[in-house]
Design a protein around this ligand. Structure first.
Ligand SMILES: Nc1ncnc2c1ncn2[C@@H]1O[C@H](COP(=O)(O)OP(=O)(O)OP(=O)(O)O)[C@@H](O)[C@H]1O
Ligand code: SF4
Ligand SMILES: [Mg+2]
Length: 406
C-alpha cells in the first residue's frame, strides 16, 4: 500500500485577473522509502502542490479538491483540527522553500527543534531537549549546536537544522521544497547524502521539489514533471531521465548545461503560460517543437502567431498579404486579404505557405480547412481537448504518446 496516494488534486487561487490554476488534477503515489522529485519551471505549481497536500492554504483559495490518501486514509475528509493534530508534521512534514533563512534569530536552535514536541505531544522541556539533541546528531550536527543561535551557523548547518525540525515528530513523508538551492555545490552534495542516509535508515518517503535535474537524479526513484499547474509526465527516474516521453521533458533535459560538452545547451523558446488563462488543448502547445493538429491552437492564438510572422523580417514577404483577421469562434477565424488581393488568390497562397512552412511554424498545422467566402477567407481549426495522461507505471500527457507516435 502506498504511504501517500494523491488523486486528482486541485488548487486554484482567486485573483483580480481571474482564477489561477496552480494545481490542476495532479495524481501520483509514493511507496514507503520512495522519493519523487517534482521538477518544473518557476511558477509551474510545485510549492502549491506541496501546500495542497499539507492543507496549508492561503485565504484566496477558490477551489481545493481531490484525494490525499495517507497510510490508507483519505485525509481530505478530516476536519482542519483533525488534520492539524494527526497528519501535518506527525505524518507528513515539510522543509519550506527558503526555510533556513526563516529560523528565529533570537531563539537557540535546540529549542526551535524541540518546540514541536512540546506543542504536539506535550513532552516536557528536558525530554524534548534530549530528543532534539538526538535528531541534531542524526542530521550530522555536533551536540553543542543546540545552544547556538542561527546567525552562528553556516548555510549548510542551518539547512541541517531545518531538516532536523522536519524530522522531530517522526513523520513518514517529508516534503523538501528546494532544500539546497541556496547552498554551494559541496554543501548541496552533503545534504543530498544526508537525505539518502535518512531515507535508508528511517524508510522515509520524500517529495523532493527542485529546479535542479542533476540533484533530482541523485535522489529520486520517481520523477514528476510539472508544467503550468499540471503533472505532464511521471515515471521511474531511470526511465524519464534517459528516454522522456513528453516533448517538454525532453526540452528540459536538453537545457541542462554539460561540463566538457561542445554542444550549447538547448533552450525552450517563449515563457510558461499565464495560469489565469491556461491555453486550450495541451498547455505546452505554444512552445512545443512538435505540436500538430490535435494540440489545441485557438483562433486567438492563431491570429497572434500570424501577426508575429507578418511583422518578423524573416517571413515578411512569404506570408500572404492580410488586411485584417478576426476570431469568429474559438476554432474559426476570418481573414480579409490585403493589397487588393482576390479571395481565391489568397486561398491558394495561404495553402502554399502552409505546405512550405508548417514544419517550422507549427501553429499552421492546426488548420483543418480554408474556405473562400465573398470578401474574406474562413480558416477552420481542428477542435480538440487537453491530452489525457496515459500509461500506468510511467504516464505522460501528450497526444503523440496517446497515439503511440512518441
Ligand atoms: N496565494 C496565491 N494567490 C495567487 N496566486 C498564487 C498564490 N500562490 C501562488 N500563486 C501562483 O500560483 C502559481 C504557482 O506558484 P508556485 O509557487 O506553486 O510555483 P513553484 O513551481 O513553486 O515556483 P518556484 O519554482 O518559483 O518556487 C504561480 O503562478 C504563482 O504566481
Ligand atoms: S500534445 Fe504533445 S505534441 Fe502536442 S503540444 Fe503537447 S506536448 Fe507537444
Ligand atoms: Mg516554489
Amino acid at each position: 500500500m502506498p504511504t501517500l496516494d494523491v488523486k486528482n488534486l486541485v488548487l486554484w487561487y482567486r485573483t483580480r485577473k481571474g482564477p489561477v490554476h496552480a494545481v490542476d488534477s495532479i495524481s501520483f503515489a509514493l511507496e514507503p522509502g520512495q522519493t519523487i522529485a517534482l521538477v518544473g519551471e518557476s511558477g509551474s505549481g510545485k510549492t502549491s502542490t506541496a501546500n495542497a497536500i499539507l492543507r496549508l492554504l492561503p485565504k484566496n483559495v477558490l477551489r481545493y479538491d481531490g484525494e490525499v490518501e495517507f497510510d490508507g486514509q483519505n485525509v481530505m475528509e478530516l476536519t482542519d483540527e483533525e488534520f492539524r493534530r494527526n497528519v501535518r508534521w506527525r505524518g507528513i512534514s515539510m522543509v519550506f522553500q527558503g526555510a533556513m533563512n526563516a529560523l528565529n534569530p533570537a531563539v537557540r536552535v535546540g529549542f526551535q527543534v524541540a518546540e514541536p514536541l512540546m506543542v504536539h505531544y506535550d513532552v516536557d522541556r528536558d525530554e524534548a531537549a534530549d530528543q532534539a539533541l538526538d535528531v541534531l546528531r542524526k542530521v550530522g550536527l555536533p551536540a553543542d549546536i543546540a545552544r547556538r543561535y542561527p546567525h552562528e551557523l553556516s548555510g549548510g548547518m542551518k539547512q541541517r537544522v531545518v531538516i532536523a525540525m522536519s524530522l522531530i515528530l517522526k513523520p513518514k513523508v517529508v516534503i523538501l521544497d528546494e532544500p539546497t538551492s541556496a547552498l554551494d555545490v559541496m554543501t548541496q552534495t552533503n545534504i543530498i547524502n544526508l537525505l539518502k542516509d535518512l531515507k535508508n535508515t528511517d524508510r522515509l518517503s520524500y517529495i523532493f521539489i527542485t529546479h535542479d535535474l542533476g540533484l533530482a537524479s541523485e535522489l529520486a526513484d520517481l520523477v514528476g514533471i510539472m508544467y503550468a499547474g499540471e503533472l505532464i509526465e511521471v515515471g521511474p527516474a531511470d526511465g524519464v531521465f534517459v528516454r522522456p516521453k513528453h516533448p517538454y521533458t525532453g526540452k528540459l533535459l536538453a537545457s541542462v548545461p554539460r561540463l566538457r560538452s561542445e554542444e550549447a545547451p538547448d533552450f525552450i523558446p517563449g515563457a510558461p503560460p499565464d495560469l489565469t488563462a491556461p491555453p486550450p488543448g495541451c498547455r505546452f502547445h505554444l512552445r512545443c517543437p512538435v505540436s500538430f493538429e490535435k494540440c489545441g491552437w485557438s483562433a486567438e492564438e492563431f491570429i497572434a502567431q500570424m501577426d508575429l510572422l507578418q511583422s518578423s523580417g524573416e517571413a515578411k514577404d512569404k506570408v500572404p498579404s492580410i488586411a485584417s483577421m478576426s476570431a469568429k469562434s474559438p476554432t474559426s477565424l476570418l481573414i480579409k486579404p490585403g493589397a487588393n488581393g482576390s479571395v481565391s488568390d489568397f486561398v491558394q497562397k495561404l495553402n502554399a505557405f502552409v505546405a512550405a512552412t508548417s514544419e517550422k511554424n507549427r501553429f499552421l498545422k492546426s488548420i483543418e480547412s480554408v474556405q473562400g467566402k465573398t470578401k474574406s477567407v474562413e480558416v477552420k481549426l481542428y477542435e480538440t481537448t487537453p491530452p489525457p495522461i496515459v500509461g500506468t507505471e510511467w504516464r505522460a500527457a501528450c497526444w503523440l504518446v496517446t497515439e503511440g507516435a512518441a
